[in-house]
Write a protein that binds this ligand. Structure first.
Ligand code: AMP
Length: 400
């Protein structure tokens, strides 16, 4: 059984091709800058060097056509023809209130995904274009939608409700949805394995810290609260997103700066976060270097970032009445000992004690970095959203 996993963004399509017998990754790659003269294609077959080529690609249909042609290209020796692609798993950012799990795509599902455009205008339309392209290029191959929001469907109403007039929930479905669900779900399952416990018996705080950042409280294997909300803007400080702010600031800015709604959106989504505070960059590696070499605003960005992570960890510790483990994942969570240390520093009284040597010892593998006697384990678990999407795709296919 071979599964193609696609993540169609605004100007890029990422892909991973799996053989599900043994969950082997056969190929992966990305087409970026779709519609621009500098468009390029990166492809890597298992065990081979990555190749990068310029390409002319004006839309997602052409991008996915290039991807598929590469899979059957005899030079890459991946598959001989398209009939070997058994299913396509699509990452869909927003499933609204409708989708609590992955589903086989049909006309009704397509309509429901379109209905969610209004909830995720920056993501869902592009995800949808990927599905449309596959319907043309791989007619008859089952397509499965895997939603970022689905894992958070278990969040109780007192946690997903905003204290706004109830009519806004009824009229516009305004509530917390949560995102990065595929990643939180994947690392939670791995953490359960590392803890040697059944997945439905673990209490965890999973910290997905990348360009986008979110933290989830997991009780008995299911999500009960998460830091992202109605959109992926709420919660932690991110590369360019502000995370939690007092909503009155928005009114204040509208009055003082006479700023348009579009410009305000750009300010909060693209000019805030690490970039906004430091004035330098949204990239955590550069923030760390700049702070170390004396930039006070990089230092401040770092302080605000780590403090917010620590505040969420502590509050979810209370929500869960304790946890078996804190899990760090994604670009920052997997690679930065400094951020992990600072996010857990001062939580010793909660039973969260780090082994600094284990934290600093590099490595790409899953590992426990808490002290031997720490009641709460601290873990680094590389996320694997693509594999999780492939697994879900296989599960839906098998159940159908
Ligand atoms: P992601 O969105 O998961 O790809 O994560 C991207 C973020 O991870 C960027 O802010 C990178 O600077 C950060 N990152 C990657 N490697 C490191 C590292 N070694 N130390 C600190 N941050 C890192």
């Amino acid at each position: 059984m071979k599964v193609l996993v696609l993540n169609s963004g605004s100007s890029s399509v990422k892909y991973t091709f799996f053989s599900m017998d043994g969950e082997k990754k056969l190929a992966r790659g990305i087409i970026e800058c779709i519609g621009l003269p500098e468009a390029y294609f990166k492809h890597q077959s298992a065990g081979e060097e990555e190749v990068k080529e310029q390409c002319k690609v004006s839309n997602h249909l052409e991008a996915i056509d290039i991807i598929i042609k590469n899979l059957i290209d005899p030079r890459h020796k991946i598959i001989n023809d398209l009939s070997e692609i058994d299913a396509v798993g699509h990452r869909i950012v927003h499933g609204g209130e409708k989708f609590s799990k992955s589903v086989m795509i049909n006309e009704e599902v397509l309509q429901d995904i379109r209905n969610c455009f209004v909830l995720a205008p920056l993501h869902n339309p592009h995800n949808y274009t990927g599905i449309e392209a596959c319907e043309k290029l791989l007619a008859g191959v089952p397509q499965i939608a895997v939603f970022d929001t689905a894992f958070h469907h278990t969040i109780p109403d007192y946690s997903y409700f905003y204290a706004l007039p109830y009519s806004l929930y009824q009229k516009y479905n305004i509530r917390r949805y949560g995102f990065h669900g595929t990643s939180h779900h994947y690392v939670a399952q791995r953490a359960a394995q590392l803890l040697n416990k059944p997945p439905d018996q673990v209490n965890l705080i999973t910290c997905h810290l990348g360009n986008g950042c979110s933290i989830t409280a997991i009780r008995n294997g299911i999500s009960v609260d998460t830091s992202m909300g109605f959109t992926p803007l709420e919660g932690l400080v991110m590369g360019t997103r502000c995370g939690d702010i007092d909503p009155a600031i928005i009114i204040h800015l509208l009055n003082l700066e006479k700023i348009s709604a579009d410009d305000l959106n750009t300010l909060l989504q693209k000019k805030s976060g690490l970039l906004g505070i430091s004035g330098l960059t949204s990239d955590m590696r550069t923030i760390l270097k700049s702070a170390a070499s004396g930039s006070d605003r990089a230092r401040l960005a770092l302080d605000v970032f780590c403090y917010r992570v620590k505040k969420y960890i502590s509050s979810y510790f209370g929500v869960l009445n304790g946890a078996d483990a804190i899990v760090f994942t994604a670009g920052i969570g997997e690679n930065s000992p400094t951020i992990r240390e600072r996010s857990c520093h001062g939580l010793e009284n909660l039973g969260i004690r780090m082994d600094l040597q284990a934290n600093n010892a590099g490595g790409l593998e899953e590992r426990i970095i808490s002290a031997q006697d720490s009641p709460v384990k601290i873990m680094v678990i590389p996320t694997n959203e693509e594999l999780m999407i492939a697994r879900q795709t296989l599960r839906v296919l098998t159940n159908n």
